[in-house]
Design a protein around this ligand. Structure first.
Ligand SMILES: [Zn+2]
Length: 271
């Protein structure tokens, strides 16, 4: 069985353990370097005191400096690097700090969300989204996501949007095409116009032929710059639905109307 390490205190754990019993931070695969061994002997070091940071943010920073192959060690919640790496580490610290968002105040009313059905990757997406929205969050010792009660509505909405997006990505697979700017605007405008025709007249043969290829392309485009990714995944899904309905042998007018209406509605809000 592989050994995992606490990056802060270097305690060793078996693979099944996910966090250090002493420090509560997540574990890493590489054996940590003792702080006194960072850099050459007598080489100047700098220390980053990260006591106020969440466990996840420290774990994330650990992953970032490791990925950048920056020599480093931890003394509890203090990160130690070579002075020569200070500028690079400053930049990573800033990035990780942004991800962390504000801390939950001691006296705040809190609520917990079970993360049982969430993969590590999806939890990461959720945490990033919460951070980007400036929502204070942490994980308790049972792995539940904890937020302030005053943020409940916003967190519910974020979870709902993200779940929907993940379900769509699960169903459609990751998008392959990249399209931006004028080309994208033209495509969105054309599909919207065709969807509008079809929702009014589901028997429109010309619109049917024209929309199939274009909506098929639209359903395979990655979230373009400036679009909310949750909203974009809905555009992908509804485009794909229109193609499915129009290319099925026994389609009914009601189905065509419904699918075209749904696509038109979401596009109307985005162009
Ligand atoms: Zn530890």
């Amino acid at each position: 069985m592989a050994t995992m390490y606490c990056f802060q205190c270097a305690r060793e754990y078996v693979e099944e353990t996910t966090e250090c019993a002493e420090c509560a931070v997540g574990l890493v695969e590489e054996k940590p370097t003792p702080p006194e061994e960072v850099g050459e002997q007598d080489e100047p070091q700098v220390a980053y005191e990260l006591y106020e940071w969440s466990f996840e943010a420290r774990r994330m920073l650990e992953g970032m400096v490791t990925a950048e192959k920056i020599a480093h060690g931890w003394q509890g919640a203090v990160l130690i690097v070579r002075e020569a790496d200070e500028d690079r580490v400053d930049a990573l610290v800033e990035q990780a700090e942004e991800f962390d968002g504000p801390a939950i105040p001691e006296d705040a009313e809190k609520i917990g969300y079970s993360m049982e059905d969430w993969s590590a990757e999806n939890q990461q997406s959720l945490v990033e989204t919460l951070g980007l929205n400036g929502i204070a969050h942490e994980f308790d010792s049972d792995g539940e996501l904890v937020v302030m009660e005053s943020d409940e509505d916003q967190v519910d909405k974020i979870i709902e949007n993200l779940s929907e997006k993940l379900a769509i990505e699960d169903e459609l697979g990751e998008a392959n095409e990249v399209m931006e700017g004028l080309e994208l605007n033209d495509l969105l405008g054309e599909v919207r116009g065709l969807a509008n025709k079809l929702r009014k007249n589901p028997g429109d043969a010309k619109a049917t032929i024209n929309i199939v290829n274009k909506a098929d392309l639209l359903s395979d485009i990655r979230t373009p710059f400036g679009f909310d990714s949750g909203r974009w995944s809905k555009i992908r899904k509804r485009s794909s639905d229109v193609v499915d309905v129009l290319t099925s042998e026994d389609r009914g007018e009601d189905e065509v109307n419904e699918a075209a209406e749904a696509l038109y509605e979401i596009l109307e809000g985005t162009i």
